[in-house]
Design a protein around this ligand. Structure first.
Ligand code: ADP
Ligand code: MG
Length: 694
């Protein structure tokens, strides 16, 4: 019996070295890889549909006789072929055609067509259907569903189908190794691996297309379970690798911490104390901490980070604090400087916008160890930044960073001590809570701490949704708030990714509001401003010299101005729930009653309405995160949809969340051998670097 995991793809007919290179782009190098390259969906070409029974919007195969073929001069020139079967007639419409094509459709020719029926001006029509002229020796309709595979340039569906058929022909019982002991599989997915692959590459006629489309067929569920398990195992392996690494043990300096806490105007909440203790415990050990810090907006994560930083500094090492934006990095610099400089800690600053001389100066302080805490953006981890003795890395607002970046950061601080690699500890803070199921799967390489309590005295935020037609009332509301000495945010959103357009929209809104509110000090902040301009505006707003801050979503994360108690979000229907919750969290930070006005555009889509409703109903970020997962799916929430970091073949984190407890159970079972674990990872992640997927 051939083991297909070692059988090169070039052994199949029609695959030469050149085509093999094209297939490699799809991560297909062996016959087994090909079998695990699964269809995204199917077409049913097994049945011939009578013309009279066609349903608009659905793909179908029809067979009939050509009655006429005419070039029609409408808005666009097109070739219209009238086709008749025993039940009725319909049109085939082609916008691009040659004389030869027209001549193919001579009256009386019998055709088989495949395409989607649409309503046209003269009844149902198929636009650009696939057509085939029927002769006496034409084969009957297909006897299996037609798979549609993910493609890359240089590969066609037909070619992949042909290869898959060849692979299935040599697939017998043991040619792909069954790696999961049957006893570990839940009853509902006890489906032999080879049978599942065979079924999914060529489902028999009559297979339930809807069930397949929903990914609910047991063969799909069987593979989804295995795929999710493979991803989970890869993260666990990553975590285990960590056990072989060393980090500086950071016992801290109790006097320094007492001093710090004594100067704070408030006491830590119970949750903050608990989480600080969890972190302190990790830091005291010599295994690198890899901890995710979760907490709702405003829960006080920054302070926890400061405590961790102090522990590292008190142990004589440096701390790097990395934020996703300059505004946020600047705010951290101010916070940390305010808290730590009175204790004698030297704070340095590194962002992409520093002038060369200043940058050199900061780099020197970092390299000599004179700078103890370094705040910055991604610029912190450029190649020319050399730390003297980095003990801890704090990453704020993690969900913008994927596993890949997580690993890069670790590498960055790494050095060697004898034969053992030494790495800094890592604390990762999320901007908003992540649903439990998602955290379990996407962050299985991390330990997790949760701040599940807000500081005392927080006022709940009253959230209302008002249509843009009542904009005047909302402006009046801003007027009243400012008259009472409060400050307000007005956030402009745009779907376009263009920062220029965003900035323009915010600019004109700021002008409009300044005209409508003559006694109000209006300022503007957006992504096109220079960093020092942004910084000035934010500082003025913080100092109460600005009443109304008009902003783009650059202020989304982290910004903290307790006197701001009114938040207007324009066109909130364009944003996701987590982002809205994060924005709304900019108010309600002080002790005055706070309001959030969702100023939506009409008409409101159903999805938009559902999100605004959810936001009005829930104030708890964890509940909102669950809702967001339900409404938008995991890729959006983890911010990995664009980067393609989560790309499963059969599994869908959201749809298959019910499998996650099983996956944890299986991963924990000693019945799953070490070899099987490695083979599962290799099979599904194809020996790509493990961190390619989260
Ligand atoms: P987030 O968790 O959203 O990052 P921050 O760290 O920005 O929240 O904290 C929000 C606000 O709460 C800040 O003004 C901070 O000073 C304040 N804060 C943090 N901890 C406490 C506490 N224990 N008691 C009172 N206020 C606190
Ligand atoms: Mg924060």
């Amino acid at each position: 019996m051939t083991d297909l995991s070692t059988l090169p793809i070039t052994r199949l007919k029609g695959v030469g070295d050149k085509f093999a290179q094209v297939l490699a782009k799809l991560h297909i190098t062996t016959v087994q890889d090909l079998l695990f390259h699964l269809p995204m969906r199917y077409q049913d070409r097994t049945r011939i549909t009578p013309i009279a029974a066609l349903t608009p919007g659905l793909d179908a195969v029809i067979e009939g006789e050509v009655r006429a073929a005419d070039v029609v001069f409408g808005r666009r020139r097109s070739l219209v072929v009238r086709l008749q079967d025993g039940s009725g007639t319909l049109s085939l419409r082609f916008f691009h055609f040659s004389a030869a094509q027209k001549n193919r459709f001579a009256r009386g020719t019998r055709l088989r067509c495949f395409g989607e029926a649409r309503r046209g001006s003269a009844g149902l029509e198929l636009v650009h259907p696939e057509t085939e002229i029927l002769g006496a020796d034409s084969p009957p309709a297909e006897d299996t569903l037609t798979p549609i595979y993910p493609l890359t340039e240089g590969v066609s569906q037909t070619r992949l189908r042909n290869l898959a058929q060849q692979a299935l022909a040599i697939l017998d019982g043991g040619a792909v190794t069954e790696l999961l002991p049957a006893g570990l599989l839940p009853q509902s997915v006890r489906y032999p691996l080879a049978a599942a692959l065979r079924y999914l590459h060529s489902p028999p006629a009559g297979a339930d297309l809807a069930q397949l489309a929903e990914g609910q067929h047991p063969a799909q569920q069987r593979l989804a379970l295995e795929e999710l398990l493979a991803h989970h195992l890869s993260l666990l392996a990553l975590r285990r690798d960590n056990d072989h690494l060393r980090a500086p043990a950071l016992p801290g300096d109790p006097a320094l911490e007492r001093d710090f806490l004594g100067r704070l105007p408030f006491a830590l909440t119970g949750a903050q104390q608990r989480v600080c203790a969890e972190i302190a415990d990790d830091l005291a050990g010599s295994r690198p901490m890899m901890r995710l810090l979760q907490g709702d907006v405003g829960a006080g994560k920054t302070l926890v980070a400061a405590m961790a930083a102090l522990r590292a500094i008190g142990s004589g090492t440096q701390v790097a604090v990395m934020a996703p934006t300059e505004i946020l990095a600047d705010q951290h610099r101010r916070n940390f400087t305010g808290w730590l400089e009175p204790l004698g800690v030297r704070v340095a600053w590194l962002t992409g916008s520093l002038r060369a001389a200043e940058r050199r100066h900061q780099l020197a302080a970092i390299a000599s160890g004179e700078a103890q805490l370094i705040v910055g953006t991604h610029a912190l981890f450029q190649a020319d930044v050399v730390f003297h003795h980095l003990g801890l890395v704090v990453i704020d607002e993690q969900h913008r960073f994927g596993v890949r970046q997580r690993l890069e950061l670790r590498e960055k601080g790494a050095g060697a001590s004898g034969s053992v690699r030494v790495q800094p500890h890592q604390l990762i803070m999320t901007a908003t809570p992540i649903p439990r199921t998602l955290a379990m799967s996407a962050f299985a390489d991390l330990d997790c701490s949760v701040i599940d309590e807000l500081p005392p005295g927080r006022q709940p935020i009253d959230t209302v949704a008002i249509s843009n037609e009542r904009r005047g009332e909302v402006v009046e509301r801003v007027h009243n708030a400012v008259a009472q000495g409060r400050q307000a945010y007005w956030v402009c959103t745009l779907i376009e990714e263009s920062e220029t357009l965003q900035a323009q929209a915010a600019e004109s809104t700021a002008e409009e509001l300044a005209a409508a509110l003559p006694n109000t000090r209006v300022a503007l902040v957006h992504g096109r401003l220079k960093p020092d301009q942004k910084e000035q505006v934010m500082a003025a707003f913080k100092a109460g010299e600005v009443d109304l801050l008009v902003a783009t979503t650059v202020i989304e994360v982290g910004v903290d101005v307790p006197n701001a108690s009114l938040m207007i979000i324009e066109n909130p229907e364009r944003l996701g729930l987590a982002q809205l919750h994060q924005l709304r969290g900019r108010v309600g930070r002080g002790s005055v009653a706070s309001y959030c006005v969702l100023l939506y555009g009409t008409p409101l889509s159903q999805g938009g309405r559902a999100r605004l409703q959810a936001l009005r109903q829930h104030s708890d970020g964890f509940a909102i995160a669950e809702e967001d997962l339900r409404l938008r799916g995991p890729g959006e929430i983890l911010g990995t949809r664009q980067t393609g970091e989560i790309q499963h073949r059969v599994a869908d984190l959201q749809r298959d969340a019910h499998l996650l407890p099983q996956i944890q159970r299986i991963a924990a079972s000693p019945a799953l051998t070490e070899t099987a674990r490695q083979q599962l990872i290799a099979r599904w992640l194809q020996n790509k670097p493990r961190f390619a997927e989260a």
